[in-house]
Structure formats: structure tokens, C-alpha cells
Design a protein around this ligand. Structure first.
Ligand code: IPE
Ligand code: IPE
Ligand code: MG
Length: 233
């Protein structure tokens, strides 16, 4: 139902070609196009793309501003195509930290695609998994009439940015890094993880299919015992 992707390795892809890092980000948009198309065709319901973490603000200002520009351009150019393909766009992350012009474009496209029922593409922008959990706690405390004794995991999850999104079944990370980098910490509790050395700009349909074939061989036990139905707890 849901694939989440840490799109990593744009900078190294560019460096290996003696290009500036931003050219790696630019080339990465081709991979975005391809994974969106592939997931749409396969009938996958949710695709979450980690596009900008809260920690990415630590990068040189020039790279940061060009990254946001790239995203804004992408949204501006692709809006009709999204509608045509029945793709709904959503963003998760701290919205008030997103540059105003990008946020405006983003909210326009979210509005245009709100009722579409094909693939939902979730962009993680100015996103941090820890910040998301803290934000949820703040919202819970602000709600005066909540009964803390009855707060359970299901209720808590309704205060996350991902309230309307199922947990990822599969996490893909490109460029070979073996870490989660503050992505969907709560939601990833039982996600299957697939890591490829391929840099994000080189990621193609074939790699999506490889990840899915591998996923199909996994046995998701959720803490229960192999081959036995889960007992009620
Ligand atoms: C991922 O590629 C894109 C973003 C984090 C925005 P990187 O820019 O992290 O590329 P590497 O990891 O430096 O190669
Ligand atoms: C994770 O990649 C963030 C995105 C893909 C947007 P990073 O390149 O920022 O992660 P680290 O710094 O290698 O952990
Ligand atoms: Mg990186």
C-alpha cells in the first residue's frame, strides 16, 4: 500500500561527474518522475518522498535555496500532469518553515488534487520525525478535553502529520547509507527496509521492481511467531 523513499546520493552523483551538487538534485527529478509513474501504474496507494529534512538547512545557503527553487519549478510545471494522472499531492513536515513562495505553490497543487483517487504522493518537506512527535504531543496538550488515561497508540497517531496515511510497508533508501536520518520514526516501526547502492539520480523503474520483488519474499511477523496466526493480546 505504501512505499517511502529516502532519495539520497544526488551530491555524490554530481561529484562523480565533476558537476556542482545542484546538478545532482536536478537529475534526481527524473527519478522522481519515474517512481511516481511506476507506483501509479502498479496501483500502489501511497508514495512518500523525503525531499528536504529539517536538518538539511545546515547545508550551504546556495544549495538550500536552489533546492527549494527546483521544487517550486517542479510543482509549477507538473500540476496539470498530476491532475491528468489522478495523483493527489500532500505535504508533511513543518509548513511554517517552508519558504513562502514554495508553500503557496504547494498549497495550490494540494488544493487542485485534493479529491483525486489515484496514487497519493506525499512530499516530506522541512520534515523531522522527532519534531513530528513533539508537535503531536503539543497538539494533544492543547486539546483541553483529552483524557490522558485513555490515550493509546492509535489515538496518538491521529495527531501526527500522517494521520490520514497508513504506515509504510516498504522503505527504500538509495546511495547505500544504512540509517533512517530522522524519517518517519514512529511510522516505520514495522516497515521492511530495502537499501541499494544506486545514487538517486540513477534510480529507475527496474529498481522499483527489484525492491518490490524482494519485498514479496519477506515475511512480516509483527512480533508474532512464524506461520502461526497472531494470538489476541
Ligand atoms: C539527497 O541527496 C537530496 C537531499 C538530501 C535534498 P544528497 O544531497 O544528500 O546527496 P549526497 O548524500 O550528498 O550524495
Ligand atoms: C536524508 O538525506 C534527507 C533527504 C533525503 C531529504 P541526508 O543526505 O540529508 O541524510 P544524512 O545527512 O546522510 O543522514
Ligand atoms: Mg545525502
Amino acid at each position: 500500500r505504501h512505499i517511502a523513499v529516502i532519495m539520497d546520493g544526488n551530491g555524490r552523483w554530481a561529484a562523480s561527474r565533476n558537476l556542482p551538487r545542484i546538478e545532482g538534485h536536478r537529475a534526481g527529478t527524473k527519478a522522481v518522475q519515474e517512481i511516481v509513474e511506476t507506483c501509479g501504474r502498479l496501483g500502489i496507494k501511497f508514495l512518500t518522498l523525503y525531499a528536504f529534512s529539517k536538518e538539511n538547512w545546515k547545508r550551504p545557503a546556495r544549495e538550500v535555496s536552489r533546492l527549494w527553487n527546483l521544487l517550486e519549478d517542479y510543482l509549477r510545471k507538473k500540476d496539470q500532469e498530476l491532475v491528468k494522472n489522478k495523483i493527489r499531492l500532500l505535504a508533511i513536515g513543518q509548513r511554517n518553515g517552508i519558504p513562502a513562495s514554495v508553500r503557496k505553490e504547494l498549497e495550490k497543487v494540494e488544493g487542485m488534487t485534493r479529491d483525486l483517487d489515484g496514487l497519493t504522493v506525499v512530499l516530506a518537506l522541512n520534515y523531522s520525525g522527532r519534531a513530528e512527535i513533539v508537535d503531536a504531543v503539543k497538539r494533544i496538550f492543547r486539546e483541553r478535553n483529552i483524557d490522558l488515561d485513555r490515550l493509546d497508540e492509535q489515538t496518538f497517531a491521529r495527531y501526527l502529520y500522517t494521520a490520514s496515511i497508513p504506515d509504510p510497508d516498504l522503505l527504500i533508501r538509495t546511495s547505500g547509507e544504512l540509517r533512517v536520518s530522522n524519517f518517519l520514526l514512529w511510522q516505520m516501526a514495522y516497515s521492511e527496509i530495502w537499501i541499494t547502492p544506486v545514487f538517486w539520480p540513477d534510480f529507475r523503474r527496474l529498481h522499483v521492481l527489484q525492491a518490490l520483488v524482494d519485498y514479496q519474499k519477506r515475511e512480516r511477523r509483527f512480533g508474532a511467531v512464524h506461520g502461526q496466526p497472531a494470538a489476541d493480546v
